[in-house]
Each structure stands twice: as structure tokens, then as C-alpha cells.
Design a protein around this ligand. Structure first.
Ligand SMILES: Nc1ncnc2c1ncn2[C@@H]1O[C@H](COP(=O)(O)OP(=O)(O)OP(=O)(O)O)[C@@H](O)[C@H]1O
Length: 377
């Protein structure tokens, strides 16, 4: 027979286990659990603290929200070892400490986000809205010159692993890439591959809608570290210095009209403001590199665009990669020779051939379609 004290100790221990262990919680019927918890709380519990993780901290996203959601999503078995939340009596705010192990989980489980400004116009205080980025392109799937692909991956690896080096030489930890080539050659796909490879969020910035340097500053400062800022079709972005159009301005305001300037943009990429933020990558894309050079050569210099990546029309190597992706053929095919001959004389983009390959899952039908397409081009 259990004594009263032994029963009480068992009850406390059981309730303690249930309170502390989420796994056990899932196994116990809720009515029993609630009764047990109310007895436990009434006699032994300190008041509960509820933590609210807001999605944003003013202008920027709240990283603690990401940490907490990652934590809850993975339902880490040994939960007590992963996220320490603490507050001493002297501290004004709680501290959050991710201990080793949790970072690795966070990294592998991290959901990438694509930020844009499409839904923030007229929303005071918000510079970006985001959706989950689930782009399937990886470096392996990209139809791209293998040597160039290797060089780019090495460059990215070197960049992300050299935080201390950048500090030592007194350089902002940033890197710029210019992707240029005709439409449909994979510039956007390459950006997705870079984001997936590095596990970096992507910020998609439309420069033509920026009206002043101060707006640009606010926007840049509200991006997170270790992210990719993309400015697509930069040659079409109306980069000339421009003034904001405000109809009813007082005389005083007219004297200091807000302006967007090219030098304001350069300041963020390789000037004084470039040191705000760490591990940031900026990518320009263009279909017309010459036009960009004419506008201002400074935009293409190392320090601004450190690496220029040419995305050309489709080559036979690229074609074989697409065939592997779409038809699962990794070896040879009898139509490859004729296709190689046609590709040598035609300017065709990977996007066009991808479209043809989508038409049939039967390799013979799909490849005959490609031959016809190339012959007619
Ligand atoms: N190099 C490539 N490797 C694999 N797929 C590609 C490649 N280029 C294009 N594609 C296919 O074509 C589609 C369109 O390509 P993408 O948008 O990446 O080209 P782009 O160069 O960014 O074009 P634009 O200049 O018009 O923005 C992609 O979704 C992908 O399916």
C-alpha cells in the first residue's frame, strides 16, 4: 500500500514530467492532463509567463520569431537543450540563446523567404512583405557552363566563409554579382540556385519605384544579414537622377526636394553605407551590359559588381543538362548529333528548349519536337 506522502510525490513527479515534456503531453488524454495540471498549478507552480514572438520588430523581421517557429516546427526531442530563454532580475529584457545544435537544426530546417515591396505600398512602417521561396532550381539542375558553375560556387563558398578575413582587411562583408545575357537564359534561375545553395533569403527590389535616396536607405537598412538583394533588369531601372513629384509643396520643401541619385545607390553598394549589414550579396541582372556600362562604368567595377557571370544561349552541354532534368536521360541518344549540329548555328535559349521538352514525357517524341523547333528557327 502506498502511503499518502508516496502518492503525493508520485503525483508531483508525474505532473512535473507532463509539464516539462511535450512528448508525454501528446500521449496523455487531455481531460486527465487538465485535472493533473490544475492540481499541480494550484499547489506548486510559479505563475506562467507567456512569450509573444511578433513577426516584426518595427521595420525589420523579428529573427526571434523565425527561431521560435523553427523550434516548434521541428519538435526537437531534447527540447530543453535547444533554446534557452532567460531573464535575471537585473535584466530589463529576456535573453534568447541558441545553443550549439539548435543552429544546425535551424539552418537545415530554415524556410527561405522571398521579400518584395509589392504589398507594402501605403502600409506605414513596413518596407517589405514576404512569401516562402520554394524555387526548385539548384546548381546541379542549371544548364550552365560547368567551369563557370564551379567558379561561381567556389566564389560563394569563399565569400560566406571569410567573415573574419573581411574584418581583418577592413572591407565590408558584401559581394556583388552581375548576371547578364539574353532573356530566358537562366538569370533568375541562377539567383534561386544561389539562394538555395547558401540558404539566404532573397529581396527583390524594383529601383524604378524608388523616389529618393532616403527611401533607398530605409529599404536597404531593413534587410537582414546573409541575404541576397536582387535588382533585375537594372538597365531598365531609370537610373538617372530623378526628383520626387509632389504637387503641393511649400517653398521650403521645394528647396530640399527628395531625390533618387545613382551616387546614392553606389553609396550602398560600395560606399559608406555598404558597411551596414553583414554577409550581404547584391545581384544585378541585365539583358544589355553595354547600356549599363554607358550609364556609369562605376556600377560594373569590382567593389560594386565583383563577379560578372555571362548567361549565354544554349550550348550542347547545357542541352544535355536540360534533357537530364526533363527526360531523365543521362547518357547518349541517337538524335543528339543532329541537335548538336543545329545548336551550333542557332541562337536558342534554355527557356525555349525547356518549353519543348515539357511537351512529352516520351524522349523520342520530345527530342523530335526539339529538332523540328530548331529547324524552323
Ligand atoms: N540555364 C538554365 N538552366 C535551366 N533552366 C533554365 C535555364 N534558363 C532558363 N531556364 C528555364 O526557363 C525558365 C525561364 O528562365 P529565367 O527566368 O531564369 O531566365 P532569365 O534569364 O531570368 O529571363 P529574363 O531575363 O526574361 O528574366 C526557367 O524557369 C527555367 O525553366
Amino acid at each position: 500500500m502506498l502511503t499518502f506522502m508516496e502518492m503525493l510525490i508520485s503525483l508531483i513527479t508525474a505532473a512535473g514530467v507532463i509539464v516539462l515534456c511535450p512528448l508525454v503531453k501528446g500521449l496523455v488524454p487531455s481531460s486527465f492532463l487538465n485535472n493533473l495540471l490544475s492540481i499541480y498549478e494550484e499547489y506548486f507552480c510559479t505563475p506562467e509567463i507567456t512569450l509573444f514572438f511578433r513577426t516584426d520588430c518595427g521595420l525589420s523581421d523579428n529573427q526571434m520569431y523565425d527561431v521560435a517557429s523553427t523550434y516548434l516546427r521541428t519538435k526537437i526531442v531534447d527540447s530543453s537543450k535547444c533554446l534557452n530563454v532567460g531573464k535575471t532580475v537585473r535584466q530589463e529584457r529576456p535573453t534568447f540563446d541558441i545553443v550549439p545544435g539548435a543552429e544546425a537544426i535551424q539552418e537545415s530546417e530554415r524556410v527561405l523567404k522571398l521579400y518584395s515591396r509589392d504589398f507594402v505600398w501605403g502600409t506605414p512602417g513596413r518596407e517589405w512583405s514576404s512569401i516562402i521561396l520554394e524555387h526548385p532550381t539548384t546548381f546541379e539542375k542549371l544548364a550552365m557552363d560547368p567551369v563557370q558553375k564551379r567558379m561561381l560556387k567556389d566564389d560563394l563558398d569563399k565569400f560566406v566563409n571569410r567573415k573574419e578575413w573581411y574584418k581583418k582587411v577592413g572591407k565590408a562583408w558584401k559581394r556583388g554579382y552581375l548576371l547578364y545575357g539574353p532573356p530566358g537564359t537562366g538569370k533568375s534561375s541562377l539567383i534561386a540556385a544561389m539562394a538555395n545553395y547558401l540558404k539566404f533569403d532573397v529581396y527583390d527590389l524594383d529601383l524604378s519605384r524608388i523616389s529618393s535616396d532616403s527611401e533607398l536607405r530605409r529599404i536597404f537598412l531593413s534587410t537582414s544579414n546573409r541575404s541576397i538583394m536582387v535588382i533585375e533588369d537594372i538597365d531598365c531601372a531609370k537610373l538617372e537622377d530623378r526628383e520626387i513629384e509632389i504637387e503641393e509643396m511649400s517653398d521650403q520643401l521645394i528647396l530640399q526636394k527628395p531625390k533618387f541619385t545613382l551616387s546614392g545607390l553606389l553609396n550602398f553598394i560600395d560606399g559608406v553605407w555598404s558597411s551596414c549589414g553583414e554577409g550581404q550579396i547584391i545581384v544585378f541582372t541585365t539583358n544589355n551590359k553595354e547600356k549599363l556600362e554607358k550609364l556609369d562604368p562605376a556600377l560594373l567595377r569590382p567593389g560594386c559588381m565583383d563577379m560578372h557571370v555571362h548567361m549565354p544561349y544554349l550550348t550542347m552541354d547545357g542541352f544535355k543538362q536540360l534533357v537530364s532534368n526533363y527526360l531523365g536521360i543521362d547518357g547518349d541518344h541517337q538524335l543528339f548529333e543532329v541537335i548538336a549540329g543545329l545548336l551550333e548555328n542557332k541562337k536558342v535559349t534554355p527557356a525555349e528548349i525547356a518549353e519543348e521538352l515539357l511537351k512529352s514525357e516520351d524522349p523520342n517524341v520530345a527530342l523530335r519536337g526539339v529538332v523540328e523547333f530548331l529547324e524552323q528557327k
